[in-house]
Design a protein. Structure first.
Ligand code: FMN
Length: 211
């Protein structure tokens, strides 16, 4: 990638957040900057659930559940994913130089659990129907979208590696298949997402009722 600035160059020191101006009160509210408070905040950020996959050097398929995925650029089509540096799969993604992102459907919650577990690689793939893209990275047939990517850059920031992928192929299913969502430590789905045009989609946090 060209024209990128050092990711740290624009970081400014965190400052306390000023309280809203209530009658006669101007004191600052201390901003909790510790990582537990950060994680508690991020648990409120509902996200689509994906399984990242790659083909390892010995032909073994690898994969892990991830929500830290973000679109970066439409031209060239590029996205990023953030992988914990303690993840066993991280090195394999970087070594493979290519990977795939499978966006899970609401009915894929067991696959999400399986790929976030300590199961060995081959057992993670024993659920679901899998094919592969040109690079060999596994594609999940029930995924509502799959992106085959060429790894273009890795940036290390704190606990995570930010992995940029240039998308070489996109597969999509019908927009009427609802996505699997994750928030507050649990899986859920949009109510009414199967009837895609409904404007009043609602979050159903208790997935036990719904799957
Ligand atoms: C809903 C959910 C989302 C997750 N998102 C991420 C993520 O974005 N990045 C990450 O590194 N780990 C994420 N994890 C944790 C990994 O899936 C988990 O640590 C997995 O066991 C890693 O496998 P590995 O150590 O074999 O690589 C997530 C877990 C869950 C349940």
């Amino acid at each position: 990638m060209t024209g990128r600035h050092s990711p740290r160059a624009n970081l400014k020191e965190a400052r306390p957040v000023a309280a809203p101006m209530a009658a006669g009160r101007t004191e600052a509210v201390p901003c909790e900057a510790d990582s537990e408070a950060f994680k508690a905040g991020m648990r409120r950020l509902a996200a689509s659930v994906t399984v990242l996959t790659c083909l390892g050097p010995s032909g073994t398929r690898h994969g892990m559940t991830a929500t830290a995925i973000c679109s970066v650029s439409a031209d060239p089509p590029t996205l990023l994913c953030c992988i914990n540096r303690s993840s066993a799969t991280r090195e394999l993604f970087i070594a493979a130089g290519s990977f795939a992102i499978n966006v899970l459907s609401a009915s894929d919650h067991e696959i999400a659990t399986r790929f976030a577990s300590r199961l060995p690689p081959h057992q993670r793939f024993s659920a679901g129907h899998w094919t592969s893209c040109a690079s060999g990275a596994p594609l999940l047939e029930s995924a509502i979208a799959s992106f085959a990517c060429r790894l273009s850059e890795v940036v290390e920031i704190g606990s995570h590696s930010v992995i940029f992928g240039e998308v070489v192929e996109t597969r999509t299913r019908s927009e009427h298949v609802p996505p699997l969502l994750y928030a507050h430590g649990g899986y859920g789905r949009f109510a009414g997402a199967a009837r895609a045009a409904l404007p009043e989609m609602m979050w159903i946090p208790d997935w036990h009722d719904d799957f």
